[in-house]
Ligand binder design. Structure first.
Ligand code: 48F
Length: 262
């Protein structure tokens, strides 16, 4: 076997910092910032990027998948109902039918394939970056980007000022706590956003309401996935993911239409 290549320690540091900084500069202004790399965020970013929009996904954890990894109470399976199965198949995910138009898949497979789909479509996913605030303008009132911080800095409790990233649209895909909308509600009262929180479980109604209520919250700010239930006080649905996938696709379609006609 050929001898392993010698690597100078300094080259590692220089290469990582140079390449990462180049990409941060490039993405400091983008078309869409998707906050959260769960099922809704990954689906949305895939279709945004496929449509040629410069799409940045900010995820505060060091992994993608959000609530997918936990399956149902840590049993490693997820349920998908029609017509979301068509989208899941587009990502190359294998499904097994368990009842009329109801399917099951592996949590790890769905996480990996949705993320690979988003990356292959051209979306950039950054881990360990938390969105802690928004950039806004008045007359007319609108959102024009996010304010970000290393999640590890937030966890440390150190006082470090964050950095802004501008975009034409921001999508809250942060799940049950609707973290971005919660900040908007608290810090930009003119937007008149109230987070009521999700209701108890009712699967059919939950899935339908998520898809129906997915969309623009105010100019430049959109919501998809479970954050929709938190905003509209609609039920939760547990480990069934058709609504998340269709919500992600719907928000992407709305943003593409809006940005391309601007
Ligand atoms: O929670 P999550 O999976 O949200 P989702 O895409 O899907 C919900 C389902 O997983 C499930 C369900 C229905 O099937 O009930 O729970 O709506 O993914 C949200 C992601 O956002 C990240 C978080 O770490 C997770 O990966 N996130 C949350 N707040 C922030 C954030 C933030 N402030 N900045 C960056 N990432």
């Amino acid at each position: 076997m050929e001898e392993i290549k010698h690597v100078d320690e300094n080259l590692i540091t220089k290469a990582i910092i140079k390449k990462a900084a180049e990409e941060w500069i490039d993405f400091s202004e983008c078309d869409v910032i998707v906050v959260g790399a769960g099922p809704a965020g990954l689906t949305a970013s895939t279709y945004l990027a496929k449509n040629g929009l410069k799409t940045l996904v900010l995820e505060k954890k060091l992994s993608f998948g959000g609530g997918m990894g936990g399956g149902g109470m840590c049993f490693h399976k997820l349920i998908i109902e029609s017509p979301a199965d068509e989208i899941i198949r587009e990502f190359g995910c294998r499904l097994e039918m368990i009842d009329d138009r109801i399917y099951i898949t592996d949590a790890a497979e769905m996480m990996a394939k949705l993320a690979a789909g988003a990356i292959d479509a051209g979306a950039k996913i950054l881990f360990g970056v938390a969105v802690e605030d928004l950039i806004f303008r008045s007359s007319p009132l609108r959102i024009i980007g996010t304010v970000v911080q290393w999640a590890s800095v937030n966890m440390s409790g150190l006082h470090v000022d964050p950095l802004p990233i501008k975009s034409k649209a921001v999508v809250d895909c942060t799940g049950h706590d609707a973290e971005v909308l919660a900040v908007a509600s608290r810090k930009i009262p003119e937007l008149k956003i109230t987070i009521h929180g999700e209701k108890s479980m009712w699967v059919d109604l939950a899935e339908k309401s998520i898809i129906e209520n997915t969309g623009e919250v105010c100019p430049g700010l959109y919501v998809a996935g479970m954050a929709v239930a938190a905003l509209h006080h609609t039920p939760r649905m547990g480990p069934i993911f058709g609504g998340m996938i269709l919500s992600g696709k719907k928000v992407a379609d709305l943003i593409v239409k809006k940005i391309k006609t601007q």
